[in-house]
Design a protein around this ligand. Structure first.
Ligand SMILES: Cc1cc2nc3c(=O)[nH]c(=O)nc-3n(C[C@H](O)[C@H](O)[C@H](O)COP(=O)(O)O)c2cc1C
Length: 173
């Protein structure tokens, strides 16, 4: 698939089957994340944690649901990639870094026929629990700055608003 097609194919999935992604796909997706543009090339300020442990995924899901038993912010995804960062050289740059990393991962996932969704909710959940951060193995001073779920859709989710331009654009010549 060419890059533009993979970009257009990526869309959010909010119901995952239990089918796990392959080890080869996981490793390649993590490399895609690490190939992202990173502000000030500060690679040392960022780490990726790929969670496939069902007990840990359940705990992140429950913590992120914030007491709402009907809510599953991880949508039963079998893989969650968590981006952790310490404060960068510039204010909030870690959030932009996470966006670049996660987009790269989701586009490669789309190319491989793997479904995904960017998860702010899981970030909020992880950051509300020092115990969860410890279980994930975050180094001192690191917090979650973004995450994305990966897997295969349980049911079809059509792409929101199609594959054409979705933003208002002005070209100034
Ligand atoms: C920074 C960011 C945070 C997001 N957080 C969530 C989230 O917590 N839960 C969720 O279901 N979708 C989340 N999304 C997905 C968006 O809702 C989704 O990208 C948007 O509705 C457009 O749909 P599409 O991804 O299918 O193109 C997030 C997306 C971004 C970029």
């Amino acid at each position: 698939m060419n890059t533009f097609d993979a970009i257009k194919k990526r869309h959010s999935t909010r119901a995952f089957s239990s089918r796990q992604i392959s080890e080869e796909d996981l490793q390649d997706i993590l490399v895609a994340g690490g190939q992202a543009a990173i502000g000030c090339a500060d690679f040392a300020s960022l780490q990726l944690f790929a969670v496939q442990d069902p007990a840990l995924l359940k705990e992140i899901d429950e913590t992120s649901a914030k007491g709402n038993p009907g809510s599953h912010p991880l949508y039963q995804a079998p893989t969650l990639v968590v981006v952790a960062a310490k404060k960068g050289f510039l204010e909030n740059i870690e959030l932009s870094n996470a966006g670049c990393i996660i987009q790269n991962m989701m586009v490669l996932a789309a190319d491989r026929g793997i479904d995904s969704v960017y998860l702010w909710m899981a970030m909020a959940g992880i950051n509300s629990s020092a115990e969860l951060q410890k279980k994930l193995g975050f180094p001192e001073g690191y917090t979650c700055v973004g995450s994305c779920a990966l897997g295969y859709a349980e049911k079809e989710f059509p792409k929101l608003k199609g594959e054409g331009q979705r933003l208002e654009v002005k070209i100034l010549r």
